[in-house]
Design a protein around this ligand. Structure first.
Ligand code: ZN
Length: 323
């Protein structure tokens, strides 16, 4: 069974495009059991990373009303997919695809949090406080290479209140896309495991979206997890957007994270349909090939089970128990 930290299938379908990576008909043969399905309200003209080095400025904020209207359409799109929706870790079972409703950027949540419970009732179980843009809660990290993530201010008062409210309701708080100051604010405020659903090791690829070793240590110490992102620009040492990147680059990050944090804190966070991934992986159908590569690199049955699904299940169970 494979549980995954991030896909953009909903956005593809909302745009009327056919999925490139997240072809659900391939799920049974690949053992794909679902994971985080992003509701992402698009910023206009998000560029592909240009030539290295690059520094893409943060896009303009998305107004709350616009974000609500679009997110409602995105949720309807998700509900039209042939997937179950996750309310507890036990909802993930072999033989079907289960979706965690994940907001990538909290713009559809009112800054006074007045509609947060309504979103929860509609299935929301995971919130990325920011995408790579500023909002009422904090500031995302701009796409840069090479660069660290220490760019811009931390969480606002509303951001800290949102983290506390998510802890109370049992909504996972996702750190991917958040800048460094925001990351450390969440680490101080949250009483749940720290989670980066789709980010990699900065020591191996110096993209601003990747996690520094101190951040990895904080995630480990909290009992959290990092979902390894399959985007070639966050995998490769040179940060280049090259589809002919071998999938052993994914294994390289898994191995590094397992060495730094322990294998209990590493999982997958594919970014399917949201990024250029290694061509030989191609999507859901290629996941067994990736598992074979993990085994070839020395990961045994127990480790593979943790990386492919057990770590996600543990963190979901620890996070979704509201009070
Ligand atoms: Zn993302």
């Amino acid at each position: 069974m494979i549980i995954d930290g991030h896909n953009d299938l909903v956005l593809q379908r909302w745009r009327g495009e056919q999925p490139g990576h997240t072809r659900l008909e391939d799920a049974p043969a690949a053992g794909f059991a679902g994971g985080f399905f992003a509701l992402y309200v698009p910023s206009p003209g998000t560029p592909d990373p240009p030539q290295i080095p690059y520094s893409v400025p943060l896009p303009d904020p998305i107004p709350h009303e616009t974000a609500v209207a679009t997110a409602e359409e995105l949720l309807e799109t998700l509900c039209s997919l042939p997937v179950a929706r996750a309310e507890s870790a036990a909802d993930f079972v072999a033989g079907r695809v289960t979706a965690i409703v994940h907001m990538e950027g909290a713009e559809p949540i009112a800054p006074d949090l007045s509609n947060l419970e309504r979103w929860y009732e509609r299935g929301l179980r995971s919130v990325g406080l920011t995408w790579s843009r500023p909002n009422a809660f904090g500031e995302g990290v701009p796409f840069r290479f090479p660069s660290g993530a220490d760019i811009g201010p931390g969480l606002t008062d509303a951001g800290r209140a949102l983290v506390r409210a998510c802890n109370t309701l049992g909504i996972l708080v996702d750190l991917s896309h958040l800048n460094a100051a925001g990351f450390w604010d969440v680490a101080r405020v949250s009483d749940r495991p720290l989670v980066a659903t789709h980010s990699n090791a900065h020591a191996l690829c110096a993209a601003s979206r990747n996690l520094a070793d101190e951040q990895l240590a904080a995630i480990r110490d909290s009992g959290g997890v990092v979902g390894v992102n399959f985007a070639v620009t966050f995998l490769r040492e040179d940060g280049a957007n090259v589809p002919e990147t071998p999938l052993t680059e994914i294994v390289r990050h898994v191995a590094y994270l397992a060495e730094r944090m322990g294998v209990d804190h590493v999982a997958f966070g594919s970014d399917f349909d949201g990024a250029t991934i290694p061509a030989e992986l191609d999507g859901i159908a290629g996941l067994p090939k990736l598992v074979d590569s993990l085994r070839a690199a020395g990961f045994g049955d127990e480790d593979v089970a943790k990386i492919t699904h057990r770590n996600w299940l543990r963190v979901l169970a620890d996070t979704w128990s509201g009070r």
